[in-house]
Ligand binder design. Structure first.
Ligand code: CO
Length: 210
C-alpha cells in the first residue's frame, strides 16, 4: 500500500464528481484549453490559484515560484508568459503576492537559506529600492506587508518590460497586467490598482520599440 493512496482516492472521487456535473468536461478539456488569465503567484501551498478565484481546470494558466518573482533572465517564467500571451492569447496576466509570504520575510530578515538566497536576492532589490518607503512604516509586520505589495508592483513592471508583453501591445493584442495581493487570514484578494494596459505606461528606457 502506497502512503499516497489517499491522494489517488481523492483524485478518483474528484474526477467522478466533475463527470457527474458535466459528462463531457474532460473530453472538452482534452481537446483544447482556452484560459483568459495567466496567474503568476507564490509556490506557497496556502495560495492555490484555481481555488482562490473559483475557476475550473482549463480556465487559468499558472506559473508559481517562491515569492512570485518575474526575472527577465528566467526562461521558465518567460516561457510560460510567452506561451500564455502568444499562443493562448490570455487577456489578463495577474501577479499575485500574499501577506505572510515566507520568501519575503526570509529576505527581509536576512536569513541564510543557502541556494535560495540567490533567488530571494530579487526581493532584497525591491526592499533596497524602496528603503525610504519601508522605513517610514513603524511596525515590522506592516513593513513586511508593504514589502509584499511593493514586490507585486515591481513584478508587474517586470512583466510589462518583457518583449513578450510589448510585442503583444504593438500588434494590437488586448493584454492587461494586474497586481493583486492575497490575505491568508481571510482568504480575500486585494487589487493593488497598478494595472498596465499598453506601451504608453512603460518607461522609455524599457521600451523595445518606439
Ligand atoms: Co509566499
Amino acid at each position: 500500500m502506497s502512503k499516497l493512496d489517499s491522494l489517488f482516492d481523492n483524485n478518483r472521487a474528484w474526477a467522478a464528481h466533475v463527470k457527474t456535473s458535466d459528462p463531457d468536461f474532460f473530453a472538452k478539456l482534452a481537446a483544447q484549453q482556452n484560459p483568459e488569465y495567466l496567474w503568476i503567484g507564490c509556490s506557497d501551498s496556502r495560495v492555490p490559484a484555481n481555488q482562490i478565484v473559483g475557476l475550473m481546470p482549463g480556465e487559468i494558466f499558472v506559473h508559481r515560484n517562491v515569492a512570485n518573482v518575474v526575472v527577465h533572465t528566467d526562461f521558465n517564467c518567460l516561457t510560460v508568459l510567452q506561451y500564455a500571451v502568444d499562443v493562448l492569447k490570455v487577456k489578463h496576466v495577474i501577479v499575485v503576492g500574499h501577506y505572510g509570504c515566507g520568501g519575503i520575510r526570509s529576505a527581509y530578515e536576512n536569513h541564510d537559506n543557502g541556494l535560495a538566497d540567490n533567488w530571494l536576492r530579487n526581493i532584497k532589490d525591491v526592499q533596497h529600492a524602496n528603503y525610504d518607503l519601508l522605513e517610514a512604516v513603524p511596525d515590522k509586520e506592516s513593513r513586511l506587508e508593504l514589502l509584499c505589495e511593493l514586490n507585486v508592483q515591481t513584478q508587474v513592471a517586470h512583466v510589462c518590460h518583457t518583449t513578450i508583453a510589448q510585442r503583444a501591445w504593438t500588434r494590437g493584442q488586448s493584454l492587461a497586467v494586474h497586481g493583486w495581493v492575497y490575505s491568508l487570514k481571510d482568504g480575500l484578494l486585494k487589487d493593488l490598482d497598478c494595472t498596465v494596459e499598453g506601451m504608453e505606461q512603460i518607461p522609455d528606457a524599457y521600451r523595445v520599440s518606439r
